[in-house]
Design a protein around this ligand. Structure first.
Ligand SMILES: Cc1cc2nc3c(=O)[nH]c(=O)nc-3n(C[C@H](O)[C@H](O)[C@H](O)COP(=O)(O)O)c2cc1C
Length: 214
């Protein structure tokens, strides 16, 4: 099985971002019976930002801040593809997602291969039609691309990531944005398809390595 994890970066449960992400994951699920999906939210999680104490760098061990980050990273570890969805806050991702990503610095020294080669797709939900969805998608690409992840964009006419307009009306608002939601669903499908094809490629690669270096 190939596992696609949806990471919702809204501090609100059951809002517009939660809705758009669920629909995108349904799109992913529809690609094949070999795809399984799950979702985790940052809402209600305790995630402090990195303070550059350098404990992880000095000791090559996981971050010393005692909060929910460790459990969340374990979920990233189990995923093959990750669909990160964030509301647009001031034309960028939420501070919750920024704090989360700042803490991923620790994996560079203690689990360097944890995200390398996994696939990442980005979905942004803004209250205004052109309120910074594109800049938020680009920011998410940067935040996760620096961890060695492979970026999945979208279908050719959908450009980069998913961009939904909620009209500040929660899940109902997002649902009304039929064009934006179609793009979110196609993003989920594209992520699942790419991750699945790569998993077949990895199996062939492992077999070839075994034959070449028995
Ligand atoms: C602090 C803050 C900043 C925001 N900044 C923007 C913005 O720059 N552009 C935009 O389109 N919407 C902005 N919004 C609106 C949210 O992106 C929008 O309501 C979104 O649908 C919330 O998603 P949620 O229901 O999943 O929480 C902002 C909202 C908050 C609370």
């Amino acid at each position: 099985m190939v596992h696609i994890l949806g990471l919702c970066a809204s501090p609100r449960r059951e809002g517009a971002t939660d809705y758009a992400l669920r629909m995108a994951l349904e799109g992913a699920q529809g690609v094949s019976e070999e795809i399984e999906t799950s979702m985790v939210t940052l809402a209600g999680k305790r995630i402090a930002p990195c303070t550059d104490c350098k404990a992880c760098i000095r000791s090559h061990s996981w971050c010393v801040i005692p909060d929910d980050m460790r459990t969340l990273v374990e979920q990233l570890d189990r995923a093959d593809g990750i669909l990160v969805a964030s509301p647009v806050y001031c034309m960028g991702p939420t501070p919750q997602l920024s704090a989360f990503c700042s803490r991923l610095r620790a994996i560079r020294d203690c689990f360097p291969g944890l995200l390398r080669g996994k696939f990442l797709a980005a979905l942004a939900v803004g209250g205004t039609r052109n309120g910074g969805q594109e800049t938020t998608v680009a920011a998410i690409h940067n935040l996760f691309g620096i961890r060695g992840m492979n970026l999945v964009t979208n279908e050719p006419r959908e450009y980069m990531g998913g961009r939904v307009w909620s009209d500040d009306a929660g899940a109902e608002g997002a649902q009304r944005d039929t064009l934006g939601m179609a793009g979110a669903v196609s993003l989920g499908r594209r992520l699942a398809e790419t991750t699945l094809i790569y998993s077949y490629g990895k199996q062939v690669w492992a077999q070839r390595q075994e034959t070449t270096n028995p």
